[in-house]
Ligand binder design. Structure first.
Ligand code: NAP
Length: 261
């Protein structure tokens, strides 16, 4: 039996990298996307070309009914979920100073980056718990189920022109701690991976700025991160290399978080 991962926002960027890395290691992948069907279909073809099984599911993670459909379709196709990766996320549509930011942008970013992952995790955790209590017989040992949240250095770094994004990622840090605490007794470990500056569509708007900052030494490791860098950390967790760690934050940021003098 293949292990099954649900990856939100798997059509592009970091989520796509994660889906591919898991597929490469034999995982089946339920790949969620929001609006870019062509990218999702392309990502699915890549997964299949690795010999893995996948499905794509359109769902706005901010919407309750859509989240439910994502879970239902995943269970209909695969019958289980061993790993949830809360990766889908958005930057504010327009960067606005904290003194000008609109309530609608605040609501949209918080609903996508925090409320959606919070309630998807609640639902998937219930599925994991009920499958565990049924003691589903498995011909091959599967690793313990797990949950990974893709946070950000913005959880602790002030960017005054995208306050709502920073707040959403700070909230996700506490969300990781809360679910880690609640689910440890059931053998479900919860982790946050905290990327730094990663080369994706999300950061393409600020490419020149980040090129310069990185060249000047903003990060001790002087290069952009890639989706593959984040995906390798996901794989290490997914494959069970951190069995006695939960609520852990794994920085994938070129050392950005280090205080330096
Ligand atoms: P990206 O290139 O913009 O891709 C975003 C992905 O999320 C796409 O697959 C998109 O689907 C999906 N998505 C967006 N809104 C969604 C919604 N409401 N429901 C379902 N899916 C949705 O972004 P990325 O750079 O890969 O970022 C992925 C995650 O990493 C985000 O949580 C982001 O905050 C975090 N992160 C990124 C960086 C960075 O430097 N790039 C750094 C730290 C943290 P469609 O293709 O359908 O639009």
């Amino acid at each position: 039996m293949h292990k099954v991962a649900m990856v939100t926002g798997a059509s592009r960027g970091i989520g796509r990298g994660i889906a591919l890395a898991l597929a490469e290691r034999g995982w089946s992948v339920a790949m969620n996307y929001h609006s870019n069907a062509a990218a999702a279909e392309d990502a699915l073809r890549e997964v299949q070309s690795l010999g893995a099984t996948g499905i794509i599911v359109q769902a706005d993670i901010a919407q309750a009914a859509a989240r439910e459909r994502l879970v239902t379709q995943t269970l209909e196709r695969f019958g289980r979920i061993d790993l949830l990766v809360n990766n889908a996320g958005m930057a504010p549509r327009q960067r606005m100073d904290i003194l000008e930011v609109s309530e609608s942008s605040y609501d949209e970013v918080l609903a996508t980056n925090l409320k959606g992952p919070f309630f998807l995790t609640q639902r998937v955790a219930q599925v994991m718990l009920s499958l565990a209590s049924e003691g589903t017989p498995s011909p091959t040992p599967t690793p313990q189920p797990g949950i990974i949240n893709i946070g950000s250095i913005s959880a602790y770094t002030s960017s005054i022109n995208r306050a709502e994004y920073c707040l959403s990622k700070a909230g996700m840090a506490m969300m990781t701690a809360l679910y880690a605490d609640r689910l440890a007794g059931a053998g479900i470990n919860v982790y946050e991976i905290r990327p730094g500056i990663i080369d994706t569509d999300m950061t393409s708007v600020a490419k020149t700025k980040y090129d310069k900052l990185i060249a000047e030494g903003l990060t001790p490791i002087r290069r952009w991160g890639s989706p593959g860098d984040v995906a390798r950390a996901v794989v290490a967790i997914a494959e069970g290399y951190f069995p006695l760690s939960t609520g852990e934050v794994i920085n994938v940021d070129g050392g950005f978080h280090l205080r330096r003098l």
